[in-house]
Design a protein around this ligand. Sequence first.
Ligand SMILES: Cc1cc2nc3c(=O)[nH]c(=O)nc-3n(C[C@H](O)[C@H](O)[C@H](O)COP(=O)(O)OP(=O)(O)OC[C@H]3O[C@@H](n4cnc5c(N)ncnc54)[C@H](O)[C@@H]3O)c2cc1C
Length: 385
Amino acid sequence: METSEYDVAILGAGPAGAACALALHGHGLRVVLVDKATFPRDKVCGDAIPGLALKALRQLNPAWHAELLAGLTPRADTRDSRVVAPNGRELRIRWQLPTFNSPRLHFDDHLLGLVRRHTTTKIREDYAVRDIQTTPTGVQLLPAHKEQEPLTARLLIACDGANSVAARRLTQRTIDKAYHCAAVRAYYSGIAEVDGTTTEFFFLHEYMAGYCWIFPVGNGVYNVGFGMLSEAVARQRVDLKKMLPQLLATHPELAQRFAGAQQLSEVEGFGLPLGGRPRPLAGERFLLCGDAASLIDPLQGHGIDTAMQSGILAARQAVRSCQQNDFSPAFLADYEHQVARQITSKLARSYRLMRLVAPRPWLMNVGFAVARQPLLKRWLLRVAG
Ligand SMILES: Cc1cc2nc3c(=O)[nH]c(=O)nc-3n(C[C@H](O)[C@H](O)[C@H](O)COP(=O)(O)OP(=O)(O)OC[C@H]3O[C@@H](n4cnc5c(N)ncnc54)[C@H](O)[C@@H]3O)c2cc1C
């Protein structure tokens, strides 16, 4: 059996892995990017692409950013949000950074398209990694399919998402329900009182550690979902897959808006590993990025931006490590410091705010009333982006 040799193996071709491969371009490294799926592949998500994700791509290369935007359909350009408090009162927000929503089926495929067209990365789809072994000279990815050959590299950058095999094997990560969300979503059309450009959030008195969303994704289709802190899901014994259609049929506002709507897909669920507390993100010959590193914003539930930002930081660390031939935990710890400084500190603030508000619907109602004041609204926008 032949063994491949690479400088860097990126495990997972979602936003973290694709951004990492793009950031490694031009450094003369032998890079392989593997994924168990064949793209285009779906990913259960709200499909809201945060402005900071697009900013990260633009900073990497403005031409790639322009190419992504020019080719990506369907999508809904969104700048406005409508946020409904537990008491039914609403707040309208215009975000500072331009952004859009696009089904992950298409967004992730377009991002990977940039890697295909602009880098020399070897892309291996349909390559599921079963296990990882670290040796003194490299790291070996062992495939689930016996007929495929193992891959070896000097450094592993693990971008394999919320159920990361790398995080489990290399850092013994387990699910901490206080830092984990469960969420479900389905696609709908024919919803009443929608404008195709506004994202909507509903906070509910009875399920406070989470929210329901309606996000336009283009062509009259809407991503509708509900996410909640796993600790609260367990405590309140909520079956999210059953709860979403029930909510849409009974909520005073949503019931009349969904009366004539068509459900276009099954209700599907997935986990969100939340950021906000220090975790091991690096060790002997490996770095973790994105959901594998638990970098989702605890307040708003977005993680595509932090996935791409961490993928780019990991690429910079990989270049330094390969140049100096140093893959020791001590040298790779600089990546952890960069992530802590640029990403985790902000997520820790979000986590504290989420924990403060979640058990106190009255506080959120008061907060909404206060946030209508123009000065406070501007401050809120600066904090939330
Ligand atoms: C219901 C829901 C709604 C969300 N809504 C939003 C939102 O609106 N906006 C937002 O910014 N974020 C949202 N998120 C979070 C967002 O989906 C993640 O933060 C983001 O996808 C992280 O990107 P990633 O590249 O780290 O991982 P992923 O996008 O999960 O990519 C991981 C890749 O690794 C591959 N992989 C996994 N295991 C293996 C293996 N063993 N071998 C080979 N390949 C493997 C997978 O096939 C996949 O392609 C939501 C999450 C959920 C669950």
